[in-house]
Design a protein around this ligand. Structure first.
Ligand code: CP
Ligand code: NVA
Length: 302
């Protein structure tokens, strides 16, 4: 039976810890010369831009011995109107897995339900579970635990925020999200997360209230891919939600600052903070490779 990775809550807390531990081992160089996925081919279909996700997965596949085939909408017949279902059924005949970045979450779910191979969500408008996996690994490395860690997410309640909330629920972390009115996380995700969470899941308005007791301060862009129309208006609504030196002064000295990247320096975060001593953003970006490898091993070795 194939396993997909569409949302972080598709895995159990035990599987989360197994993936993080495996990613940490891979990062240390364990099994460096083993190629467990030799002879396999994985397709990457991306309808939005990507630096980290695409390159870390392509590199991960190479290191694991698998072949990767990058597919963009203009190059396959899906871009000319072939249905998602027909595309998914056909690609399942050639490939051992698919990694997909697209707009609507339902489109990705349809692809997964019509394919007989594992499908990995490389970002949709509402979820970014691969990012959350690397985020949790980074928090675990820096804080030595996940349970009871206090996370403050400041800014747009977007795909990254939704998956981070799912991560908090899975790992027993407390999360406070400070978002302007109308930019709160997805209500359906919030409801699902609140059903499973052991820790607190709070939606607040005031960045300082969230940051005050935080072990981790996290942010993401104010204008996500696909939201460029109306972007200027969004930026006005987010004034006051920047991670800057003044906000950091209200936080614990040992707080770590995270961002999934790409960052818009001077908007949601200042250069001083992102390049400062509390920031772990590039280690976090690096961990995409290790968590990507752990995930591919798990889903494609079945
Ligand atoms: N964080 C992240 O997913 O980055 P990319 O958009 O560059 O893949
Ligand atoms: N929220 C951002 C994340 C990019 C990795 C976007 O969807 O554009």
């Amino acid at each position: 039976m194939k396993r997909d990775f569409i949302e972080l809550l598709d895995i159990t807390p035990e599987e989360l810890h197994e993936l993080i531990n495996r990613a940490i081992a891979l990062k240390k160089g364990v099994d460096r010369n083993k190629c467990p996925l030799i002879g396999k081919s994985v397709g990457l279909f991306f309808e939005k831009a990507s630096t980290r996700t695409r390159v870390s997965f392509e590199s991960a596949l190479y290191q694991l011995g698998a072949n990767s085939i990058f597919l963009s909408p203009g190059e396959i017949q899906l871009g000319r109107g072939e249905t998602v279902a027909d595309t998914a059924r056909t690609l399942s005949l050639y490939l051992d897995g698919m990694i997909i970045r697209t707009f609507g979450h339902a489109r990705l779910k349809e692809f997964a339900s019509c394919s007989s191979i594992p499908v990995i969500n490389a970002l949709t408008d509402t979820h970014h579970p691969c990012q959350a996996l690397a985020d949790l690994m980074t928090i675990y490395e820096k804080k030595g635990r996940l349970e009871g860690v206090n996370v403050a997410y400041i800014g747009d309640g977007n795909n990254v925020a939704n998956s981070l909330m799912e991560g908090a629920a899975l790992a027993g972390m407390n999360i406070s999200l400070a978002c302007p009115e109308g930019f709160e996380p997805d209500p359906l995700v919030l409801e699902k997360v609140r059903e499973t969470a052991k820790g607190d899941i709070l939606v607040l308005r005031e960045p300082k209230e969230a940051a005050g007791r935080a072990d981790v301060i996290y942010t993401d862009v104010w204008v996500s891919m696909g939201q460029e129309n109306g972007g200027e208006e969004r930026k006005k609504r987010f004034a006051g939600y920047q991670i800057n030196e003044a906000l950091l002064a209200c936080a614990r000295k040992d707080v770590i600052v995270m961002h999934c990247l790409p960052a818009h320096r001077g908007e949601e975060i200042t250069s001083g903070v992102i390049d400062g001593p509390n920031s772990v953003v590039f280690e976090q970006a690096g961990n995409r490779l290790h968590t990507g490898k752990a995930l591919l091993e798990k889903l494609l070795s079945l």
